[in-house]
Design a protein around this ligand. Structure first.
Ligand code: AMP
Length: 449
């Protein structure tokens, strides 16, 4: 892939060429087209991966192509955790705004406040800033964000670790209109507070995970079982729920309609279960999650955990009734167990429709996975072979198994995947004690800290 494939506006493309960039980096390949389509993004990225241009380029493209929403308000705000990073971002941005009509300014903590007021009075198009100082100017009415088109959070995990949650919320609320696009970059996506924030700030975000963004939890015992079809999975589920030792269990399904169907089957079998079904609004979902975290039920059936900051310490078993569509989601799901150093169990059912996801998970875990079996519930399905060349015979048994499964799925009330765009609640990582905003604003924190 080349930068020329993105369909960038002429002058922008010329700048890219002038800077000597031909091939986009991995994060750029994924983030630039998604951002140019107008999606909100939650992307993992590391310093040195080319993440800065991954947001600067679509920002400039948008400003060039779209008419400003307001004549005075900034069109793009880029927030970074430290002065040092803000300066780096600003210097890359300047390479692109030089010789254009776009004005960019840098607003940093620890610098002269009144000088910044004058700079803001000139109605810049871009503001690169540390959050504390920018929030101060906002509070004092030195600029408004009603016309903001793009809010970019660089190293969001670090901003939150540094205690900028309040300022980020304030800036977000000041720019709360539906035309706003938000791009969130974080070193890791496996960060509970980042995911909570993503729910507050982003609308149906696309997830972009570049290698190494997910780390596997070592205290989780993973087992995989082949399954022929839906009925077979249900039989396996009933088996495990009556034979496994668990405090609480979370069952993940592919579709939201299935959560209710499965929960009803379990309730009929006199098990204590609840579903997070598709029709619920966020506060109803939070209520269910809170009830579950307090131990009101033993089993939760869900597609995802769109709940805020709950640490479900009593979940000792996770069952992937269906494999997740997004590979990294597997790590998040199983990360709901094995918490606080305790051993957890994660079981996954792999049917014909799950096969591709399963192979991706196998790749992610970098190991060959062997299947376990349950006596009396052995699957006929043995997995799908890689595609053969056209003139070779296909494996009729396998094709048949897929067809049978497909028709079953059609018959059932399954809807399309919703989980794909939902943001799950991720395992909570140990965080450093946050510095105060004052400490941050007045210091140049070392980026490699
Ligand atoms: P960043 O991860 O944004 O800090 O970028 C790290 C360095 O990579 C910066 O010096 C960029 O100028 C450079 N860079 C960004 N994109 C590319 C690219 N597509 N090809 C080569 N270098 C790049």
């Amino acid at each position: 892939m080349q930068f020329s494939d993105f369909g960038l506006e002429n002058r922008l493309m010329k700048t890219v060429e002038h800077l000597g960039f031909t091939e986009p980096t991995e994060i750029q390949q994924q983030a630039i087209p998604a951002a140019m389509q107008g999606h909100d993004l939650i992307a993992s990225s590391k310093t040195g991966s080319g993440k800065t241009l991954a947001f600067i380029i679509p920002a400039l493209q948008r400003l060039t192509k779209n008419r400003a929403l307001s004549k005075r308000d900034p069109r793009v705000v880029i927030l970074t955790p430290t002065r040092e990073l803000a300066k780096q971002v600003f210097s890359q941005l300047r390479l692109f705004t030089a010789n254009t009509q776009f004005k960019a300014v840098l607003i940093l903590g620890g610098e002269n406040f009144n000088d910044q007021v004058k700079v803001l009075e000139k109605d810049p198009h871009f503001i690169v800033a540390t959050p504390g100082r920018l929030a101060d100017h906002l509070t004092q009415g030195h600029f408004y964000l009603n016309g903001l088109e793009l809010l970019i959070l660089d190293e969001a995990d670090r901003m939150l670790d540094l205690g900028f949650a309040k300022e980020l919320s304030q800036i977000n609320k000041a720019a709360d209109h539906r035309k706003r696009q938000t791009l969130l970059f974080s070193a890791t996506l496996d960060h509970a507070q980042v995911n909570d924030f993503a729910q507050e700030l982003l609308t149906k975000p696309k997830r972009i995970a570049i290698g190494g963004a997910f780390t596997e939890h070592k205290d989780i015992n993973k087992r995989f079982y082949l399954a022929d079809n839906l009925e077979h999975k249900e039989a396996l589920l009933q088996h495990f729920l009556s034979h496994e030792n668990y405090q609480q269990v979370i069952i993940f399904t592919a579709t939201r309609s299935d959560t209710e169907r499965l929960a009803n089957i379990l309730i009929k079998a006199e098990l204590s279960a609840v579903a997070l079904s598709g029709e619920l609004n966020q506060s109803q979902r939070n209520q269910i999650m809170e009830g579950f975290s307090k131990g009101h039920q033993k089993i939760l059936v869900t597609t995802d955990l769109a709940s805020r900051g709950l640490d479900l310490v009593n979940v000792s078993l996770v069952i992937n009734f269906d494999m997740p569509k997004h590979t990294e989601e597997f790590i998040h799901r199983i990360g709901r167990t094995g918490r606080a150093g305790s051993q957890g169990d994660a079981i996954a059912f792999v049917g014909p429709k799950d096969w591709l996801s399963f192979k991706n998970v196998e790749g992610l875990l970098e190991q060959t996975i062997h299947f376990d079996q349950v006596d009396g519930l052995k699957a006929k399905f043995k997995g799908l072979k890689p595609k053969k060349a056209k003139n070779q015979k296909t494996d009729t048994k396998v094709t048949k198994a897929v067809k049978t499964e497909k028709s079953k799925v059609k018959k059932s009330t399954r809807k399309t995947f919703h989980a794909a765009q939902d943001v799950g609640d991720m395992p909570i990582l140990k965080r450093k004690k946050p510095l105060t905003a004052q400490q941050i604003e007045n210091s140049d924190l070392d980026e490699t800290e």
